[in-house]
Design a protein around this ligand. Sequence first.
Ligand SMILES: [Ca+2]
Ligand SMILES: [Ca+2]
Length: 320
Amino acid sequence: MKRIVLMGTTLWALLFPTLTLNAEEKAAESSASALTNTPAQTPEGAPALGAKPGETMTVDLGGGVKLNMVWIPPGEFIMGSPIGEKGRDVGEVQHRVRLTKGFWLGKYEVTQAQWDRLMTNNPSRFKGTNMPVDQVTWDECQEFLKKLDALIQNSKSKIQNGRFRLPTEAEWEYACRAGTTNRYSFGDDEEKFCEYGNYCDASNTDNKPWRDNTHRDGYDKTAPAGAFKPNAWGLYDMHGNVQEWCQDYWYGGYDSKDATNPTGSSLGSYRIVRGGTWWGYPEYCRSACRWSIYPTYRSLIGFRVVCSSMHRHEATQDQP
Ligand SMILES: [Ca+2]
Ligand SMILES: [Ca+2]
């Protein structure tokens, strides 16, 4: 578990999580590690939504601002990381997760132009219309989502039956992995990270002791949407750039039991954050890496949106 409580002091926990493993957890994970992912497999009884991962649509926010969404199909995957994965936290216990409904997920992190269009402000630390919004709290994201819902339902849009929200942690990891089982959606080779994500590389000018001086991704701080290669389902910046709020309350380490449409704890003080940042190590941008953060915390965190309960035929299909 990695938890931020207050700026400054416990931020250090971002960099040096405690890694421990007891015998019982080892046994549970040895069993789970024999499983393999079955991405894009439609479970029995799943709604006939979407045709294939990677289909896209565009939501018009007005004022020339668009929101691009990618179809994520229902399916099953192994959530968590195998024992021995570099940078792994003990709570990342592998278990099979079944997602019975597909959903549309933001192709990019929410940009400052999109945020400003609905919220009429821009709290971001590093300004740029096509840059990801950051410095937004979980609670403020809920306001953005309410406004997005209202805009769509008042627009007589073809997607007015959709409902916008943050991704659950399981949806986020499923989409990030895009059918892969490796540390990253592009494999295990950290040497390739600078092609797929923005992290604390040689471009960074903050002189952090953990800066990777041997690779250069080209971005000192945040990078604009689409600056790096996407994953196999056409999603950008799932690794690095800004961290991303998820809907769930934090509930500690995973259980090894199978789960269907998990939504986390019903109560809690922390929310889940995923994906790592431009400020950190690649290993904290791993597909399985997770953080628990106060919903009122304002820092290097942005988000991407989900639209669910929307029939595919109601969406306006668009080209990437
Ligand atoms: Ca960078
Ligand atoms: Ca990100």
